[in-house]
Design a binder for this molecule. Sequence first.
Ligand code: CDP
Ligand code: MG
Length: 138
Amino acid sequence: MSETTLVLIKPGGVQRNLIGEITRRIEARGLKVAGLKLIVADRATVEEHYSEHRERPFFKDVCDYLTSGPIVAMAVSGTNAVKAIRTMMGATNPLEATPGTVRGDFALTIDDNLTHSSSDPEAAARELGLWFSEGLPS
Ligand code: CDP
Ligand code: MG
C-alpha cells in the first residue's frame, strides 16, 4: 500500500554532510522524495514532535539537540514506505543497528543517531501535518 512517512536528518547528519548519502539510499530503494526542506526547527515544533517522550529523562536533551542547527525534513512516499524507511534507518541505538542501515553504517551513539523516521502510519500522518503544515508539493 502506498504510504507517506516523515524523515528528519538531525543536525549531526547535516553537519557530517550526509544529506546526499541518506537521500541517495532512499531514492535507490525506489521511494520518492515528496517534500524536502532545510530548516532550523523551532522549539515548539520539536517538543510537539517528541510529545510522546515528554516525561522521559532524555526529552530536554533531544529537544536541545534537534534545535541546535539546521535539519532536513523530508516526506517520503512509496509502497510500505513507513516500515521500509524504519528498517533502512536501523535500531534507535546505533550499537544495535545492523550494518547496511544508516545508523549501523554511520552512527555510534544514541544521542547522535542521525535520523528520525515515523514509527507507524498514524505517527506519520501526525508528523507530516506538523512539519509540512503548508502541505506537500503536488
Ligand atoms: O528515533 P526512534 O524512533 O528510533 O527512537 P525513540 O525511542 O522514539 O526516541 C527518540 C529519540 O530520542 C532517539 O532517536 C534518540 O535520538 C533519543 N533518545 C536518547 O537520546 N536516549 C534514549 N535512551 C532514547 C532515545
Ligand atoms: Mg520514535
